[in-house]
Design a protein around this ligand. Structure first.
Ligand SMILES: C[S@@+](CC[C@H](N)C(=O)[O-])C[C@H]1O[C@@H](n2cnc3c(N)ncnc32)[C@H](O)[C@@H]1O
Length: 119
């Protein structure tokens, strides 16, 4: 499942992954998709936008199957971040240990990752 709001970006994903019958491409806002998705639970969520990361994390985690992987990136400071974004990231990281249905670790690698598993 590739959920992407920008049709141009989605087209790039389809260009590379479109031959794989396992991949469904949803050109939609992720908040709207979270509201409407009713398919099978997911084995992996790689979240690269705010819904499912900085807000609605619980809604996203509820879509993961037990043992399903939760991965997010862009968590190490970047010069291009707008004012206030560091606080958003800090808050996200500070509250991850509070999640009773997720076990995860932070990787100080590449853009900064969190890799977790739904429990
Ligand atoms: C940080 S970019 C990453 C793009 C790509 N993964 C890369 O590494 O080059 C985030 C992507 O999420 C998409 N996006 C942002 N907010 C979104 C939302 N609310 N719903 C769906 N897609 C969203 C943007 O269009 C953009 O393509």
């Amino acid at each position: 499942m590739s959920v992407e709001a920008d049709p141009t970006v989605q087209a790039v994903a389809a260009q590379h992954l479109g031959a794989d019958p396992r991949v469904v491409f949803e050109t939609a806002d992720a908040d709207a998709w979270l509201d409407s998705y009713s398919g099978p639970r997911l084995a992996l969520a790689y979240v690269d936008c705010r819904p499912g990361k900085f807000h609605r994390l619980e809604d996203l985690l509820n879509l993961l199957e037990p043992g399903g992987l939760y991965i997010v990136d862009d968590l190490l400071p970047q010069a291009t971040w707008p004012t206030g974004h560091q606080d958003r990231v800090d808050d996200f990281l500070a509250h991850l240990p509070d999640r009773l249905n997720l076990i995860c670790t932070q990787l100080r690698w590449a853009s900064g990752l969190v890799v977790g598993a739904r429990i």
